[in-house]
Design a protein around this ligand. Structure first.
Ligand code: SF4
Length: 212
């Protein structure tokens, strides 16, 4: 795919979903510590489910110092509804401990720093950098972004890192964070995993899947 087509797709999706960016149904922008913890918790579940535990979790553990001292069995009942609650409780406590140990309790502002935190890969780091700090250092490739990148023809790879590189080549850096938001919105609304609704899709004319 060429950059001009990619630009047309981006603009069409932005027009179709003007509320996609910073939608209240996403984890949104906010305090870096909260965005980091919520993004770690969002694995294998919906943003809506994660947002439901936000208040009770941060009411008891408002900062890394308090969370670092928590026991796994204290956290589990609060995040039980998210699934994988034992591993997730372990991860967020370990993340808080790492923040205390290596970063004076402050979420690092670089990709390299974030990648040293337990439970944080490039996807989570990209979300934290963009949504908590407004930095476009990469593109968060979640399950929706991966599926759409392959179907639309942004990438031929199934590897998360390769897809991110392909997207970074196609789109200007200033659009990277918002691109994730519009692709996720389109993935939920129209290009769903089970049954893409190609007949009503605003970008079908550009889509590789549609033309094969
Ligand atoms: S045309 Fe179909 S496969 Fe392509 S983006 Fe639209 S819904 Fe998805």
């Amino acid at each position: 795919m060429d950059k001009k087509t990619a630009k047309n797709i981006y603009n069409t999706l932005l027009q179709q979903y003007p509320d996609a960016i910073d939608s209240p149904s996403t984890l949104g922008r906010g305090v870096p510590f909260e965005v980091l913890i919520l993004t770690i918790l969002s694995a294998q579940t919906t943003d809506r489910a994660v947002l439901a535990v936000k208040e009770p979790l941060f009411k008891q553990y408002p900062d890394p110092h308090k969370l670092a001292r928590a026991e796994i069995y204290d956290i589990e009942p609060i995040i039980h509804s998210l699934g994988f609650y034992h591993v997730k409780a372990k991860h967020i406590i370990a993340a808080a401990q790492k923040l205390i140990l290596d970063f004076d309790g402050i979420v690092p502002t670089t990709m390299d720093g974030l990648l040293t935190i337990p439970g944080v890969g490039r996807k989570t780091a990209n979300i934290v950098l963009y949504h908590a700090m407004g930095k476009n250092e990469g593109i968060a490739v979640d399950t929706h972004v991966r599926r759409l990148a392959q179907r639309i023809g942004f990438s031929k790879s199934s590897d998360q890192d390769n897809i991110e590189q392909d997207l970074m080549r196609l789109f200007p850096q200033g659009q990277w964070g918002d691109l994730t938001d519009v692709l996720i919105t389109h993935g939920r609304a129209c290009c769903t995993a089970k049954k893409p609704q190609c007949e009503v899709c605003p970008i079908s004319r550009y889509c590789m899947y549609y033309h094969t």
